[in-house]
Write a protein that binds this ligand. Structure first.
Ligand SMILES: NC(=O)c1ccc[n+]([C@@H]2O[C@H](COP(=O)([O-])OP(=O)(O)OC[C@H]3O[C@@H](n4cnc5c(N)ncnc54)[C@H](OP(=O)(O)O)[C@@H]3O)[C@@H](O)[C@H]2O)c1
Length: 497
């Protein structure tokens, strides 16, 4: 399968280098563009980046010329690791120009129409993208943001607690690594033998971002979660890995066993969807009295998990614990890559966007009455995906044959039930018809086949129709030909008449 072409903005910095490292052998994404400040533009990446992560710089990027951070880059997915000031206007310009932007910067995190994503926690916030398109008049591009690096790890741990027991108050004190300040970051003479009890802008982020992430999207708007957070943030002389001491007050006080069980058994959509960068267990609970520690635990599950320990009752609020997470892996580049993988799995970003754009082909004619029946079926079935087959023969009216959905996760996938498939094939055979198209609905995702739709597409001579209700007032039907053996997906215009 061809890979989605990516550009990394801020590719030479601390987070940018992690993007380059993590994307080196990614199954879906390929870095074809690197961009950075005027200091680096025109140099090769090998010359511009002072490589500081292990292993060595991937050979495929060494000779890429560093480009300016402006739309016009030859890629469709942008990973942004720009400083906040540069990120704000630049990311808007890329999204407006049709690029999908997955950012680490804080500029757009709290915008009400931008999903602030931790895929295990709030994959259900993706419908905000449709609001972004509508509100900003964008057709294809959009922005999703990664939370602050300390917020991500604390919120991963808060999610199962909030779901099971309800959060009332959270008090957190962080001990944050120097790589959190970028490269070269905090001067060594300021941080060796020292703790700096202030990190500019960090505490407000930790006190507000979790409320958005743990909030919900209702009636097309973001509703923030209703509890209070107090944060104190410190910079410590650790290279990578933020340690956070968290105390919580809960609506319902569980036993320590229940509290521990809620954390240890937590999984989310990335684990169900088996996304390439997803850790098997997003929260690892350590029972030892002296864990987690940055040096020992930050790289667990490739730096994509949050490690929780020291679970115990608190004398002022209800319970307290320590959480540790890698700040430039799950806390930055790894998190933004997992966000993009979720976008692929949910159909917001297609594996063959470049091919999809070649739409100069003859239109696929769908009779209006058939379209109306598909639409009724999709609306009645939502939030479950529904589908079936359109069959025809020359001179005969098109027939719509519905088939039940037997997917394990029918709200996010459509798999034609085997017995319905057999019945439909027998009927088609008996009436001398041909399969014209296989259709299914996307109740909240756009009208593009997701990764699982591609692997289930067995009829290379039929069209694959995807009907999206992402914007309920403006359903969209798109048509594709999918050739699994060649790995081709080609979009065709649709003519409803
Ligand atoms: N470090 C972390 O742990 C972490 C975690 C989560 C989120 N973040 C966020 O991720 C972003 C990047 O952080 P970082 O730590 O990687 O910073 P960094 O090491 O300072 O890297 C900044 C990058 O942006 C480029 N750049 C700087 N100013 C620019 C401009 N005006 N126009 C275009 N490019 C410019 C730099 O290019 P040159 O090399 O050419 O100067 C470099 O590639 C920030 O928004 C930060 O808040 C960081």
């Amino acid at each position: 399968m061809p890979k989605i072409k990516c550009g990394v903005l801020g590719a030479t910095g601390a987070v940018g280098q992690r993007f380059i490292q993590l994307l080196a052998n990614h199954p879906w994404f390929e870095v074809v563009v690197v961009a950075a400040s005027d200091n680096s533009v025109g140099k090769t990446y090998g010359e511009a980046a002072r490589w500081y992560v292990s292993p060595d710089m991937p050979p495929a990027v060494r000779n890429l010329l560093v480009e300016p951070v402006e739309p016009g880059l030859d890629c469709e997915l942008i990973f942004s690791a720009l400083p906040t000031e540069a990120a704000g206007p630049t990311e808007l310009a890329f999204a407006a120009a049709g690029y999908v932007v997955s950012t680490n910067a804080s500029s757009h995190r709290m915008a009400p129409d931008v999903p602030l994503l931790i895929p295990e926690v709030n994959a259900d916030h993706l419908p905000l993208i449709a609001i972004q398109w509508k509100k900003r008049g964008w057709e294809r591009g959009f922005i999703v943001a990664n939370p602050n690096c300390s917020t991500i790890h604390m919120t991963l741990a808060l999610k199962p607690l909030h779901d099971a027991f309800g959060l009332r108050k959270v008090v957190v004190t962080t001990m944050q690594a120097v790589s959190g300040a970028g490269y070269p970051g905090v001067p060594s003479l300021d941080i060796i033998d020292n703790v700096i009890p202030y990190i500019g802008g960090e505490e407000p982020k930790m006190e507000t971002e979790p409320l958005k992430i743990l909030g919900r999207v209702a009636d097309g708007a973001m509703q923030l979660a209703d509890f209070r957070i107090s944060a104190t943030c410190n910079r410590v002389g650790v290279r990578d890995g933020h340690l956070e001491a968290v105390i919580v007050e809960l609506e319902r006080k569980p036993s320590l066993e229940e509290f521990t069980e809620a954390l240890a058994t937590f999984q989310g959509e990335p684990q169900v969807l088996r996304l390439p960068s997803a850790p098997a267990w997003p929260i690892i609970v350590r029972k030892e009295a002296n864990r987690p520690q940055p040096m020992l635990d930050r790289d667990v599950q490739a730096g994509m998990a949050s490690v929780v320990g020291r679970l115990r009752p608190d004398t002022v609020l209800d319970y307290k614990f320590t959480v540790l997470g890698h700040n430039t892996l799950r806390g930055a580049a790894g998190g933004a890559i997992l966000n993009a993988e979720l976008l692929v799995a949910k159909g917001y970003l297609t594996l063959q966007d470049t091919l999809f754009r070649q739409t100069t082909r003859t239109a696929v004619a769908v009779p209006k009455a058939i379209f109306e029946r598909m639409l009724n079926q999709a609306r009645q079935g939502a939030p479950v995906e529904v589908g079936g087959v359109l069959a025809t023969a020359s001179g005969q009216p098109m027939q719509l044959l519905k088939a039940r959905n037997s997917a394990d996760d029918p709200e996010h996938a459509y798999q034609m039930a085997t017995e319905d498939q057999r019945r439909i094939l027998a009927e088609i055979d008996e009436k001398g018809l041909d399969i014209f198209a296989v259709y299914h609905s996307h109740p909240s995702a756009p009208a593009y086949p997701v990764a699982r739709d591609l692997t289930g597409a067995y009829y290379s001579n039929a069209y694959y129709l995807v009907l999206s209700l992402a914007d309920p007032g403006r359903p969209v039907l798109r048509a594709f030909r999918i050739d699994q053996t060649r790995g081709d997906v080609v979009e065709y215009p649709v003519d409803i008449k």
